[in-house]
Design a protein around this ligand. Structure first.
Ligand SMILES: Cc1cc2nc3c(=O)[nH]c(=O)nc-3n(C[C@H](O)[C@H](O)[C@H](O)COP(=O)(O)OP(=O)(O)OC[C@H]3O[C@@H](n4cnc5c(N)ncnc54)[C@H](O)[C@@H]3O)c2cc1C
Length: 422
């Protein structure tokens, strides 16, 4: 049985950052990354650029295989951890094939990091496995999307996307790029219906409409239909929309089966971790998209799904595993993207609580709106639509926990500079 000091499950940004941090802190330690995907670290953030033809396949790779070797990090690609025995500090790896053709490798670890990201949550409707129904999580998905959209005759029907958040919004620019009529199916009346109001969501809608993307509001998808390939989608009221492509982004799946089977706490929101990213098992940490961690800044457990958080948690977990971190993980989360010419950023905590108060800064007519989430008189988070210039000021207000009681009128006035609060 192989024995390593640090075993990292997942070769995404959280796992890779953790491995490289551990190498810096522990020059002589044996470090192994097990990566289910068959390639070195690549940027998921750049995948939309790959589909749009703005970035080459080569450009999205952030590491080359030899860079792991140079750093003395063993990188096992295209194999997965299928079983954990936390009591024995052992992981069972499948798909492992060396010259002796063994299919299983057992590794004993001293400390283990779970950095398994998150698989795309299934649509949960009949027919979702038909060809042409595609999630968007990996390089493999990006290449499947390119193949499917290139093969779709533009006279045939519209390409559709379902879901009202970041991943589903990546699809409409693809439809335009491939010369297809496109549409979006929204379950509610707005994008991010719990965060945005009509003004803020309206700015995104106006952008999509300007690019001839049809928005179907208040529509629940109940089935994908076809023989082997998608031919139509059925809506709750019985209507059918003819299509051979449905892209979806409806969230991330919960904690992986092998983690739950090992008796490690977790559930639909990911792998449970405390404020120092420790899981319920001894010597096992969790970081990145898979971690449902106790966030001291918001006073509850939650899961974040952005690049910066995964990177910061990977670094933090490595420091904790090396015994050099006694404080809680703290960070202001941020996700920013651009859909056509509309920039969207979500910063900090945007989950409504009993004492939450929401303010709108800006108007749909001006094409710039911020939604500000106040809790206990302090700014907890913000959604910025087309006003990224305010991102730094917003982040500072959240970090400083500035008392904004009685200043609601100024906050809601876009002509009042936020830097006046510092
Ligand atoms: C299309 C797209 C666009 C995005 N755009 C943005 C953006 O603009 N801004 C932003 O901040 N964020 C963006 N994100 C989110 C961001 O990419 C993620 O938050 C980040 O990549 C998470 O990193 P991670 O290391 O936690 O997980 P991942 O990158 O998901 O890596 C986890 C790895 O673990 C592997 N794994 C899982 N189980 C096992 C196992 N049992 N054994 C071995 N390996 C396993 C997985 O296959 C995967 O390779 C985007 C994501 C996508 C999909």
């Amino acid at each position: 049985m192989a024995v390593v000091d640090y075993l990292i499950v997942g070769g995404g940004v959280a796992g890779t950052t953790a491995a490289e941090t551990l190498r810096r802190l522990r020059p002589n330690a044996a470090i192994t990354i097990v990566s289910a995907e068959p390639y070195p670290l690549y940027s998921r953030v750049l995948l939309p650029h790959l589909v749009l033809g703005k970035a080459s396949r080569e450009k999205i790779f952030l590491r080359q295989a030899e860079q792991y070797r140079e750093k003395g990090i063993e990188f096992l690609a295209g194999v997965a951890v299928a079983e954990l025995r936390p009591g024995e500090h052992t992981a069972v790896i499948v798909g492992y094939s060396k010259s002796d053709n063994s299919r299983i490798l057992n590794i004993r670890y001293h400390k283990l990091l779970l950095a398994t990201g998150g698989a795309a949550l299934p649509l949960g409707v009949p027919g979702e496995h038909l060809l042409g129904v595609t999630p968007f999580r990996s390089l493999h998905d990006a290449e499947a999307i390119i193949a499917a959209l290139s093969a779709m005759p533009n006279s045939e029907c519209q390409a559709l996307a379902v879901g009202g958040s970041f991943i589903s919004l990546e699809f409409p620019p693809f439809f335009e790029k491939f010369g297809l009529a496109g549409g979006m199916l929204l379950r509610g009346e707005r994008f991010w219906r719990r965060i945005l109001d009509d003004e803020a969501s309206g700015v995104i809608e106006d952008t999509l409409l300007a690019h001839n993307i049809r928005i179907y509001k208040g529509e629940a998808l109940v089935a994908c239909e076809g023989e082997r390939r998608l031919e139509s989608v059925r809506l709750a009221d019985g209507r059918r929309l003819k299509t051979s492509f449905l892209g979806y982004g409806v969230g991330l799946a919960g904690a992986p089966e092998f983690v739950l089977q090992a008796g490690i706490a977790g559930g639909p929101n990911g792998i449970a971790a405390d404020e120092r990213l420790r899981t319920s098992a001894p010597d096992v940490w969790a970081a990145g998209d898979c971690a449902d961690f106790w966030d001291v800044t918001v006073g509850r457990r939650h899961r974040l799904g952005n690049w910066l958080n995964a990177q910061e948690q990977g670094r933090f977990a490595a420091e904790a595993m090396a015994g050099e971190k006694e404080i809680p993980f703290e960070s202001v989360s941020a996700y920013a993207t651009k859909i056509f010419e509309c920039s969207i950023a979500m910063i900090g905590d945007l989950t409504s609580q009993a004492e939450s108060r929401w303010l709108t800064r800006g108007t749909r007519a001006n094409g710039k709106v911020a939604r500000l989430h106040l809790r206990g008189g302090k700014l907890a988070g913000a959604a910025l639509i087309n006003i990224l210039t305010e991102r730094a000021a917003i982040t500072t207000l959240i970090k400083n926990r500035t008392d904004l009681r009685g200043r609601e009128k100024d906050l809601a006035d876009p002509s009042f500079g936020l830097q006046n609060f510092f």
